[in-house]
Ligand binder design. Sequence first.
Ligand SMILES: Cc1cc2nc3c(=O)[nH]c(=O)nc-3n(C[C@H](O)[C@H](O)[C@H](O)COP(=O)(O)O)c2cc1C
Length: 395
Amino acid sequence: MKPRKLKTNVYWVGAVDWDRRLFDELIPLPDGTSYNAYLIKGSEKTALIDTVDPTMTNFLTSNLQLLKVKNIDYIIANHAEQDHSGTLPQILKLYPNAKVIATPKCKDLLMELLLIPEYKIVTVEDGETLSLGDKTLEFIHAPWVHWPETMLTYLREDKILFTCDLFGSHLATSDLYVADEAAVYEAAKRYYAEIMMPFRTVIQRNLEKIKDLQIEIIAPSHGPIYDKPNFIVEAYKEWVYTPPKNIVVLPYVSMHGSTKKMVEYLVTALVERGITVKQFNLTKTDIGKLAMALVDAATIVVGSPTVLVGPHPKVIYAVYLANALRPKLKFASIIGSYGWGGRTVEQIKGMLSNLKVELLEPVVIRGFPKEDDFRALNRLADEIVNKHREHGIVS
Ligand SMILES: Cc1cc2nc3c(=O)[nH]c(=O)nc-3n(C[C@H](O)[C@H](O)[C@H](O)COP(=O)(O)O)c2cc1C
């Protein structure tokens, strides 16, 4: 993709990664991603905002050549992670006059992760500005979205907020701006769930910090740019502020069908009681879909057989992730089947320590479910619906 103009002398110069299917060797990318870098040519100085993933350095350098960029004065490093700062060493070689602008914490990380020499980096404080002549950059420290060193950069004259990972989406598209809001909403929610959700309260503070800025364009570092910024700001408000919904998320594994029978019975019982259920077979599911479901859910019910005295390993992985993502969940329970004995319930309970959830009496049975077990599942469904009602969580 060639450079694309946002405003006079402001260009997208990044790279679209149509083929990437896994991020951080962890996160599935069903729709690829992009690494957005931006060039701002002021009347006196030129600045590059962020770079690209090192696998795509040539796209950035060829975009700079196409724009006939002879000199870069400043490279703004909003975030030290390699998918945005990983091409800094090559750009500093090509443009030896350039100084890197970063928060003090980002300076430290750039030196450690990318071996950028200290003398190349100038630190900026929260609220500090940098004049490019007819254009002014304002730096807004925004720690913990999603690393400790992150910042946002606001281009005053053009009212563009460069937010790096905040408000981003993993979506490869030829559209510079959001064209298909439904597709971008899905990708941005997935991104929020996987990357930003653990920092929900910090994001609330950051939304406060930017609420008085006049913003015409939000330009994130992944996915399309928002020329209607309200779309993504309102979506974030919904995800971080609103109470959980009348939804049960049910991730499970079943080796021989006993836990699966319990899952099917409980799902039917919950649906009959007016609850929305999102059921995930952990041997088949895209873990990003599970993360997205956790954004809105009030309750998680984990389904697991006992394997070598504990939960199935795929359940351990999912529960660990759910605990690390710190969703808004209010209640949790466990269902499953065992053959002779083990510590499945204790182990799952112990892994939910980050979540402020009330644990509802688990239903863990021997072998295939029988009449008494179905009665116990009805009791659990009743308890979930009653707890939701007590807390005003209704559809
Ligand atoms: C590899 C393996 C290990 C197991 N380890 C245990 C165990 O440590 N304790 C136990 O009570 N049952 C154990 N079981 C038996 C299962 O928990 C039991 O068959 C259960 O009903 C399976 O539920 P499912 O049909 O949902 O997979 C094991 C089964 C398998 C296949």
